[in-house]
Design a protein around this ligand. Sequence first.
Ligand code: SF4
Length: 190
Amino acid sequence: MWGMCGEVGNLIDRAGRVARGLQFVEGLSPAQWEALRYVARANRYSRNPSALADFFGATKGTVSQTLIALEDKGYLCRERGAPDRRAVRLELTPAGEVLLDRDPLLHIDEVAAALSPAARAALIDGLSFVLRDLQRRAGVSDFGVCQECCLFCAAAADDEPGGPHRCGLTGEPLGDSEKELICVMFQAHA
Ligand code: SF4
């Protein structure tokens, strides 16, 4: 049994290993599951291989292998779109969306749901705090949620198609469902 010093680190490390082991199901690897989750949560500026490589802290070559495997299994497609035919946009297929309902990591949320609301909130706060520090040390990008970005303009495109919100960086209208997605260009409030 370890003492107080190192207890949190050991618990996180062991939970991470077991959680990783849970993800060798449905013929997928943990990296393939992570890529599917990412595409489901990323906004229009971030659903591309380069942003995914940033998010993973991985090389474009590694990410490309993961994407090819998911495409071969029919869970993901890579679309080339206007105006730039070279730009690749990643989209889940209907089979990919259905598969995510069986994401093995959902089990962890089911377990955490048994905690009191206060204990669950404290767990999320504590783990987020540790994760942010680890990401900073490892130089891994943290993609925030759009509506928490300092460039998010709520209701600024109220009367425009694609609104009601607007991205202060690109000037494009953003729909209500987009405000909860993660973005590669996210900028935290000072
Ligand atoms: S407001 Fe920020 S997070 Fe949202 S799309 Fe623009 S840059 Fe990305």
